[in-house]
Design a protein. Structure first.
Length: 470
């Protein structure tokens, strides 16, 4: 669980990287990844990897993040299996060329939109869902017919090693490669020519990625994070609200990009909500969550120190215990948190939930709009009018009422951010969009030359016709 492993010994020799990329580019150029049969076969092979190698992946996730096998299934392995199944079911229809109408002036002719793969894509993944966030983008890259290089996070070294070992064993090694390592390896990778870069992680590195992409005019998808607020209105069922917030916040010990970052408790809801949050934590993880098999650990000492420094930002209403040796931080609720407290300065990305009091919905909306556009905005309300106002007056990657986090499990909802929370989106059909170019195809027969009217010399008659037609 320490950072030293990956930083001190690079796992892929950086001098080998240009050759790996060349091989992937050559494989794409050969056309082997274009037939839908190849794509299906690779997706099925990836599915087999996820089921047959499940114990290895579960062990790696346990070592990196203390993830329980059930959480490993619901948020990572099973999640990607579902993504594959959904993709296999719908891929043919997503790839089918779409006919579009042709203007009168060009008739008779046919026009259609045809998807083509981009080429060789780079997927840079973070440590918090190291299987999901490496392989779900890979599903899209393969489905769209690309070759792909995955760079897992060095901060989840066991999972990175497992992916580096397993992917070549199960998938077409000419078309899919893994490069392990940290900054030196990523820097060398970003110097290479890719046709798309899909980056998941923090905004600071996203800027490095985008700057590097300029060199080859490479399009980027940036899946970033930020502070996702949860608005709680008076009158809602606070016990259910608290359980759902606790579930969304404390899964993976809060290290989830779409975890509710903080609560905006409207009117008089704060006291009751804080009590219910404390009760929900006990109900889920017992009196001592460190003994719960369902509760994870912080990824490393650096993040542990960052998080424990935030505990003084308010009054500890629940949790607060921590142990550096085991990287444990209890599921924590902070009450009485001022809007300018340190815990409100940056994405928390850990099991600390501040509750901020706001007088009314307008104040909550103003609070959200004064800050960066979040990856997700959550609201717990019984009012359709509140839902309408939040939908119309705020901007976020996603907006969910009554349930945090789970929108990303709806395959046909594109998943992505806006503004500081990212650009571009993926999952299911949106992944095929992201990893494809939509080529416009116009097809006009040479048999009858209906274009004569447009050719010079332009007579008065031609002019009248052209002015009427166009
Ligand atoms: P991280 O430290 O693992 O970094 C992400 C990737 O960037 C890693 O593969 C890392 O090696 C690479 N990297 C680091 N420095 C680099 C450099 N200088 N040049 C090129 N690559 C470099 O993960 P992180 O950034 O700490 O991840 C947490 C952040 O990611 C949070 O902000 C979280 O909200 C966000 N996140 C977003 C999503 C999403 O889907 N939108 C999902 C998970 C996490």
């Amino acid at each position: 669980m320490t950072e030293t492993h990956a930083h001190s010994e690079p796992l892929t020799d950086t001098t080998a990287i240009p050759g790996i990329v060349d091989r992937l580019r050559a494989a794409f150029a050969s056309g082997r990844t274009k037939p839908i049969a190849w794509r299906r076969e690779q997706l099925r092979a990836l599915r087999r990897l996820l089921t047959e190698e499940r114990p290895t992946l579960e062990k790696a996730l346990k070592a990196d993040l203390g993830k329980s096998p059930v959480e490993a299934h619901t948020t990572e392995i099973g999640f990607v299996v579902n993504e594959i199944d959904h993709t296999l079911k719908h891929l043919a229809s997503w790839l089918r060329p779409q006919r579009v109408p042709v203007p009168m002036a060009l008739a008779p002719a046919k026009a259609r939109r045809v998807r083509e793969p981009l080429g060789t894509v780079l997927i840079i993944a973070p440590w918090n869902y190291p299987v999901n966030l490496s392989l779900a983008p890979l599903v899209g890259a393969i489905a769209a017919g690309n070759t792909a290089l995955i760079k897992p996070s060095e901060l989840a070294p066991a999972t990175s090693a497992a992916l580096a070992e397993l992917l070549p064993r199960h998938l077409d090694t000419e078309a899919v490669a893994v490069v392990e390592g940290g900054v030196p390896e990523s820097t060398t990778l970003l110097e290479q020519h890719f046709d798309h870069i899909f980056y998941t992680g923090n905004g600071a590195v996203a800027r490095i990625v985008m700057a590097a992409a300029v060199k080859h005019l490479t399009p980027v998808t940036l899946e970033l994070g930020g502070k996702s607020p949860a608005v709680v209105e008076p009158g809602v069922d606070l016990a259910t609200t608290a359980r759902r917030l606790a579930w969304g916040k404390y899964t993976n010990a809060g290290q989830t990009c779409v975890a509710p970052d903080y609560v905006l408790a409207v009117g008089d809801t704060a006291d009751g909500l804080e009590r219910e949050l404390a009760a929900a934590i006990t109900e889920m993880f017992g009196d001592d969550p460190r003994t719960s098999p369902d509760y994870g650990r912080i990824v490393n000492e650096r993040h542990f120190d960052r998080l424990t420094a935030l505990l003084g930002s308010g009054t500890v209403v629940a949790g607060g215990d921590h142990d550096r040796d085991t990287l444990y931080i209890a599921p924590t609720v902070l009450g009485g948190v001022p809007a300018d407290a340190p815990v409100m300065a940056e994405e928390i990305f850990g099991p600390v939930l501040p509750v901020i009091r706001v007088p009314d919905l307008d104040a909550a909306i103003a609070f959200v709009n004064e800050r960066d556009k979040p990856l997700a905005l959550y609201a717990f309300t019984d009012s359709e009018e509140t839902k309408r106002r939040l939908t119309a007056r705020t901007s976020s990657g996603a907006l969910a009422f009554g349930l945090p986090v789970a929108h990303l499990a709806v395959p046909d909802l594109p998943f992505g951010g806006v503004g500081e929370s990212g650009m571009g989106a993926y999952h299911a059909a949106a992944s095929v969009d992201t990893f494809s170019h939509t080529k416009s195809v116009l097809d006009k027969s040479l048999v009858l030359d209906t274009m004569r009217v447009a050719y010079a010399p332009i007579t008065d008659l031609k002019e009248r016709i052209l002015r009427r037609m166009l």
